[in-house]
Write a protein that binds this ligand. Structure first.
Ligand SMILES: Nc1ncnc2c1ncn2[C@@H]1O[C@H](COP(=O)(O)OP(=O)(O)OP(=O)(O)O)[C@@H](O)[C@H]1O
Length: 345
């Protein structure tokens, strides 16, 4: 449904070339929710803005619904954009218009008759759960309600594609969940293909079918959510996955933790990260038996994404130095990421 072929975007910043996108190739199949994740400045906004040519790529092709957009005339582009809805982090509503009139705007621009506009807007209000707010002004709505209005407005022209530019970044966690649920519902019931950009792996985990990781303008990894969560290849993908855990060490351990062992009765506190390839095997108890080490679990969490289980365990590991080294090697050989957080006496 969406294809970016060898897309590059180079900005001229005070006479210097800044490569914001570097030879991006991306395919979003029809009916999927596809997430692009990256840190600040990685090129996410530039990428999503290239899909509806709000930003024109310096090189490459942008194909949406079989149409190569860079080849279209201005007028053809206006028409093509009607099938590409977009929502933004800060909603971009018109403050002087009511909720109803904000949603009606795209239909007015298409010169639709009043009765059609009335019917369509009322249906959309129902869909996003805001029928009782139709006469309110944006200033009197919560962030989540504003995003619902923006979603309804984006759907008014019956788009085939919805682009979401950090759509939940300005919202609190509970509102984020409700907006993600609505996006999923829209995807499943209306069959709209969704491309979203985010810096939060939680968003990807909740609703995406596929994900691509962008770093310094390049796509460093892409695949299904279950593939990436079960076998992340890049360090960056691994870091984003780790960021979905809320790791807590007990306060008393944090106070006692030192960077290096002060004497030979200091035990390492180790974080073991499991992915889909390692989480189901009883690797910790195997290692404990095999090498004679004691593992006291201090914190752990298991989660699911794309049908794959993943998680971490933080444990104090007691044993002689050799046995602890063997344990670490054994676990790493079995696809467990091992990180020594520090030492306690
Ligand atoms: N219009 C522009 N003119 C010049 N440079 C730009 C322009 N837009 C973006 N850039 C630069 O391109 C790079 C990518 O920016 P972009 O906004 O796409 O990143 P991002 O991943 O969306 O970041 P953030 O999450 O902080 O919004 C940055 O170095 C940015 O400064």
């Amino acid at each position: 449904m969406i294809q970016l072929k060898n897309v590059s975007k180079i900005f001229d910043v005070s006479g210097k070339r800044l490569t914001a996108l570097d030879n991006i190739n991306l395919h979003v199949p029809k009916g999927q929710i596809f997430g692009v994740i990256g840190a600040s400045g990685a090129g996410k906004s530039t990428l999503i803005r290239c899909v509806n040519l709000l930003e024109r790529p310096t090189f490459g092709e942008v194909v949406v619904g079989g149409q190569e957009l860079t080849q279209l005339s201005e007028q053809e582009l206006v028409h093509a954009r009607r099938h590409i809805g977009m929502i933004f982090q800060h909603f971009n509503l018109l403050s002087s218009r009511t909720v109803f009139d904000n949603i009606a705007l795209p239909l007015e621009l298409e010169n639709k008759p009043q009765n059609i506009i009335q019917q369509k807007v009322n249906e959309l209000l129902e869909l996003v759960g805001l029928s009782d707010k139709k006469d309110a002004y944006p200033a009197n709505l919560s962030g989540g309600q504003k995003q619902r209005v923006a979603i309804a407005r984006a759907l008014a022209s019956d788009p085939k594609v919805l682009l979401c530019d950090e759509a939940t970044s300005a919202l609190d966690p509970a509102t984020t969940q409700s907006i993600l649920k609505l996006l999923k519902e829209i995807n499943r019931t209306l069959g709209i293909t969704i491309l979203l950009i985010t810096h939060e792996m939680d968003v990807v985990k909740r609703i995406c079918d596929q994900v691509a990781v962008i770093d310094k303008g390049q796509l460093v990894e892409q695949g299904t959510v279950s593939e990436i969560f079960s076998n992340p290849k890049s360090e960056l993908a691994q870091e984003f996955i780790s960021s979905t855990f809320h790791i807590n060490l007990p306060e008393e351990y944090l106070e006692k933790l030192s960077d290096s062992p002060k004497h030979n009765q200091a035990w390492p506190i180790i974080k073991f990260e499991f992915t889909g390839r390692s989480v189901d095997a009883p690797l910790l108890s195997q290692a404990s038996k095999k090498f004679g080490v004691e593992l006291s679990i201090l914190s752990s969490q298991i989660d699911y994404a794309g049908g794959v289980k993943f998680g971490f365990v933080i444990a104090e590991v007691e044993g002689d130095e050799d046995a602890i080294t063997q344990t670490k090697i054994y676990l790493m050989e079995n696809n467990v990421r091992v990180e020594v957080l520090g030492y306690v006496e």
